[in-house]
Design a protein around this ligand. Structure first.
Ligand code: ADP
Length: 182
């Protein structure tokens, strides 16, 4: 666990659909249509309320661009809300992927603060089907959180990374050393 000013940061291995937080973050697609990976797991556990709310956003706004985030209720999940953010597809790293991925974390945290949430859980965005190398994504993710904690945030908030598999968890622990130096 890491305390950075008002922000508490935790890295755990587990299933994000079980996280008891104000909001979990979903690695969604731009159409906000159910996919595989963590998106499929969240929709299965949360039920139809999530799909209905996503359809409404799709109708109103046409979806969600890469690097942006939208919010829906959490349905049957322990989390009250789901923040859906769209990570970049990895195309070699020279197509703005790091900036877009950082933006996913920034925009999700902005929504969390705007809604008065005190706890939020992230998966490892883009490192599944979207192919972003996990070592690189972990550094981007934790750097975005560090900047939020040091520069942006003034309210108490707990940020959990809930990492599904051991390899991803290890990558994030290594990145924590890199980014925070301990
Ligand atoms: P993307 O399309 O952004 O790459 P994926 O869902 O394919 O998203 O993968 C993102 C990460 O989420 C991967 O590390 C994957 O192992 C992980 N993941 C899959 N299911 C869960 C879950 N239930 N809880 C937390 N992480 C999960």
């Amino acid at each position: 666990m890491q305390q950075i000013k008002e922000t508490t940061l935790e890295l755990i291995q587990g299933d994000i659909t079980e996280a008891e937080v104000d909001a979990i973050v979903n690695a969604a697609n731009s159409e906000l249509i159910g996919g595989g990976g963590v998106d499929g797991a969240i929709r299965r556990a949360g039920g139809t309320e999530i799909a209905r709310a996503c359809a409404e956003i799709r109708r109103r706004e046409g979806g969600c661009p890469t690097g942006q985030a939208v919010i829906t209720p959490g349905g049957n999940l322990p989390a009250r809300y789901v923040i859906h953010t769209v990570g970049p597809v990895w195309e070699g790293g020279n197509s703005g992927e790091p900036e877009l991925l950082a933006s996913c974390y920034q925009e999700s945290l902005r929504l969390a603060v705007e809604n008065g949430f005190q706890s939020v859980a992230f998966p490892s965005i883009s490192t599944g089907i979207y192919g972003y190398p996990t070592e690189k994504a972990a550094v981007v993710a934790l750097t975005a959180v560090k900047e939020f904690a040091l520069q942006g945030n003034t309210v108490p908030i707990t940020i959990e990374f809930v990492l599904f598999d051991e390899a991803t968890h290890t990558c994030y622990l290594d990145a924590l050393l890199n980014v925070f130096g301990k």
